[in-house]
Design a protein around this ligand. Structure first.
Ligand SMILES: CC(C)(COP(=O)(O)OP(=O)(O)OC[C@H]1O[C@@H](n2cnc3c(N)ncnc32)[C@H](O)[C@@H]1OP(=O)(O)O)[C@@H](O)C(=O)NCCC(=O)NCCS
Length: 190
């Protein structure tokens, strides 16, 4: 049966609040995209103007309603201001979901993303009923690779033509963690 995830879902981690994106996030998303190279490891391009970010926000709400993607803002719990984003998207395979994320460059390297990704695995396996969660990173993207390794994902496939940037194919690695592997890892950590 399709699960209904409420709009007011919040996930509290040790140092972050994960919540549904709002229009107040837009200036912070736009600010992140002004940093050179920020979008190089992701399939979306930096917007030319801030207004271009309104449609993706509406789309993300629509995808939430349709149960396709749950995108969450990673916010500072004290101010509710966006630090980054993380989302989990349904794939065409039953109970297999895909994880994607980014952190505003001013907040990178502090472990917030890893914290949010661990919380999203719990959400995926426990709330969405995922049996496997996958993610891909551009081969050059060492930070992304490290986050995925730290949350227990393992290499499953090399993708020579993952996506295009400036008309050139970007190579990527696909990683995954199954519910069983995750449960074993959780038990080992206790
Ligand atoms: C990838 C990204 C999300 C990582 O965010 P972050 O805030 O640095 O993540 P964390 O602080 O939780 O952890 C990063 C880890 O990667 C490591 N790392 C970061 N850059 C690295 C590099 N160039 N080489 C090797 N390791 C690197 C950090 O040392 C840390 O590992 P550690 O805890 O073992 O020291 C961030 O760089 C980002 O948003 N990049 C732009 C968007 C993007 O590429 N998104 C991912 C698409 S797949």
């Amino acid at each position: 049966m399709e699960r209904v995830i409420p709009y007011d879902l919040t996930i509290q981690t040790a140092r972050c609040l994960l919540r549904r994106p709002t229009a107040d996030d837009i200036p912070h998303v736009f600010a992140a995209t002004r940093f050179a190279g920020f979008n190089d490891g992701m399939q979306w391009e930096p917007p030319a103007t801030i207004d271009e970010l309104e449609e993706p926000l509406t789309e993300s709400w629509r995808d939430w309603d349709r149960g396709i993607t749950y995108g969450l803002t990673i916010a500072d719990p004290a101010t509710n201001i966006l630090r980054g984003r993380i989302g989990i998207r349904k794939t065409s395979r039953a109970d297999v979901w895909n994880l994607g994320f980014w952190m505003h460059p001013e907040h990178q390297g502090q472990g917030y993303l890893t914290e949010a990704a661990i919380a999203m695995l719990i959400f995926g396996f426990e709330e969405l009923g995922a049996t496997k969660i996958e993610a891909s990173y551009a081969l050059w993207n060492k930070g992304s690779r490290r986050v995925l390794e730290k949350i227990g994902m393992k290499f499953i496939a090399y993708i020579p033509h993952a996506f295009q940037k400036q008309r050139h194919w970007v190579e990527a690695n696909k990683m995954s963690i199954t519910r069983r592997e995750w449960l074993l890892g959780v038990k080992l950590d206790v």
